[in-house]
Design a protein around this ligand. Sequence first.
Ligand SMILES: *Cc1c(COP(=O)(O)O)cnc(C)c1O
Length: 373
Amino acid sequence: MINVTKAYLGDIDKFKTYVEGIYARGWLTNHGPLVGELEQRLKDYLGVKHVILTNNGTLALQVAYRALGLNGSAVTTPFSFVATSSSLQWEGVRPIFADIDAQTWNISPEHIESRIVSDTTAIVGTHVFGNPCAVERIEEIARRRNLKVVYDGAHAFAVRHAGKSVLNWGDISTLSFHATKLFHTVEGGAIITHDDEVARRVHLLCNFGIADVDKIDGIGINAKLNEFSAAMGLCILDDIENILQQRAEIAHRYSASLGDYVDLQKAQDNSQLNHSYYPIALSDESQLLRLRSALNTNGINPRRYFYPSLDTLEYLQPQAAQTTSRALSERVLCLPIYPGLKLEDQERVIATVIAECSRAHTPYQLRNMANAI
Ligand SMILES: *Cc1c(COP(=O)(O)O)cnc(C)c1O
């Protein structure tokens, strides 16, 4: 089966060398040297001020909300992985959904303002599939309305906007280093901030609030990354340019072949993407379901990201229906993209999509396509 993604594994001998070092030191976790080395290398690679590694991307979000003192409610996107909202609710911050932009698929600045209520303390956006949010406009709204901004950057590793890492925007951006992500540490994540005081609080929160051997400074949790995970990250970071290059080639091949048959996410202006996913939007849910079973029959396992739209989740009710997000979530399917995806397998995916989507073309569309050729 060709899956939507495949965990990247770097050179095993390099990994073994790191593991031998861990055995020699007997230092397995609690801010070991490999965690320190990975934090430093990520700061340099991403060009950000503080990187605090965590044991997954969901705890990174939870700690971020705590570190910024969020309470009341937060305006957030219904078109994201469930963790963006569930982590808010888990931390006692009520998610209020603002609809997404139909082109970029990110939270729409036009909708954010009207959703802010008296107890709103933050805007929480997701750079969906690595496409940067309208960060400048969100920053302007947040400044004017005195709100914190958190970006769930789980998809945005190595994504650049206006000449720098998109993770530089917001009071905090978070990353997920889950095995399925573009860059991973098996399980892991990170908190990115440019604020020294926020970074200090994040460090405390991630380590039980322990400030010193004899001092506990407030409530904390255990969000530490371990040395074995850091070793995996160090190995993969060595290969990152090759990973990005292979993903870009696969993405460009898809776009060149499928652009006339399906709708694609519109890239944010002035941005350099990472092709962490290859989402397509079908004409409607029934076409999506037909395509998915045709792909399954051909040994291909695409995934519906993100479905359902989070404003439909029972434990987050009551919510106003976010119509653009609901409609899009019924149409989006992510196609396989990962380093090592074989050309013949990608061609099978493309052929299956074209076969399914040309059947659904109207005579008018077919005539236009013929003219274009
Ligand atoms: C993967 C993901 C998360 C959760 O990260 P974990 O490391 O799996 O906890 C959060 N948000 C988004 C958008 C994700 O894709």
